[in-house]
Ligand binder design. Structure first.
Ligand SMILES: CSC[C@H]1O[C@H](OP(=O)(O)O)[C@H](O)[C@@H]1O
Ligand SMILES: Nc1ncnc2[nH]cnc12
Length: 290
């Protein structure tokens, strides 16, 4: 049974959504283990939404330790069709300032120690990922930001999110390399989520909230947690406003998304030949094709 069509993943600094009412905390077990925390179901702008603190509400999980598959699978099992993912990022461009918001439309993968697929072990699928975020959902978030006219915030529509492994921040040589590759912002989590969301046929967009200039900018201190904490707090307040305005807009019109049929031409293994335990494990993702 669908409990929420909209999922919100809160990153560093965003551990709860204050405007939610009629709260229910749910423990969702998945074939991939437990999610990062209990999922909070609540009402926002008349819609049921599912909120998950990515690192747990007490921020106890490293980017490499996150149960990415359980998080996305849990959202899917609640009926989520759209995920808005709020994330703290460093800026790789002078014109993208701390407190700005970026809606990336591309990712570059610098992760190396995490599983970023539901497939394998007897079932092969290759999803299309040329456009890794849902452009329709991203446009709704962008329009919400523009309409809010937040002081001190410039919106950047589009851009490339470099997803590094962490937990240490980058070296200056790495930061400069990412700049030379055309990176716009850098973080440690969103590419993995975006891939799994696409495999789960959930439309996904990132709301990237800038906290720092990483370590490349000659006029700014290198990023440290201490340095970004105030910006994280400021961004968390703004992110909640943006998410509320986005949900308000989604409550009037849920956009079509190619993500919702991402598996249609992706699975290579004949489903009759998939080992039964795997089929059971992935039933939630596969059932419309069985
Ligand atoms: C702010 S310190 C680095 C930490 O912040 C980002 O987290 P999230 O993507 O969950 O908002 C980044 O990915 C690191 O995990
Ligand atoms: N400079 C940075 N590098 C990686 N992740 C970040 N999250 C916030 N700032 C970051």
């Amino acid at each position: 049974m669908t409990q929420a069509k909209i999922g919100i993943i809160g990153g560093s600094g965003l551990y709860q959504m204050e405007a939610l009412t009629d709260l229910e905390e749910v423990l969702v077990e998945t074939p991939f283990g437990s999610p990062s925390d209990l999922i909070i179901l609540g009402t926002l702008e008349g819609m049921r939404v599912a909120f998950l603190a990515r690192h747990g509400r007490d921020h106890k999980l490293l980017p490499s330790e996150l149960p990415y598959r359980a998080n996305i699978y849990a959202m899917k099992s609640l009926g989520v069709e759209y995920i808005i993912s709020a994330s703290a990022v460093g800026s790789l461009k002078a014109e993208v300032k701390p407190l700005d918001m970026v809606i990336p439309d591309q990712f570059l993968d610098r992760t190396r120690s995490r599983i970023s697929t539901f497939f394998g072990d007897g079932i092969v699928a290759h999803i299309a990922f040329g456009h890794p975020v849902c452009n329709q959902l991203a446009a709704v978030v962008g329009d919400a930001i523009s309409a809010l006219n937040l002081p001190e915030v410039t919106l950047h529509r589009g851009g490339t999110y470099i997803c590094m492994e962490g937990p240490a921040f980058s070296t200056q040589a790495e930061s400069n390399l990412y700049r030379s590759w055309g990176g716009t912002v850098i973080g440690m989590t969103n590419l993995t989520e975006a891939k799994l969301a696409r495999e789960a046929e959930i439309a996904y967009t990132t709301l990237a909230l800038v906290t720092d200039y990483d370590c490349w900018h000659p006029d700014h201190d290198h990023v440290t947690v201490d340095l970004v904490i105030d910006n994280l707090k400021h961004n968390a307040v703004n992110a909640q406003k943006v998410i509320q305005e986005t949900v308000k807009r989604l409550s009037k019109n849920l956009p079509e998304s190619e993500a919702h049929s991402a598996l249609k031409y992706a699975i290579l293994t004949p489903l009759a030949k998939v080992p039964q335990p795997r089929k059971q494990q992935l039933e939630l993702l596969l059932k419309k094709y069985l």
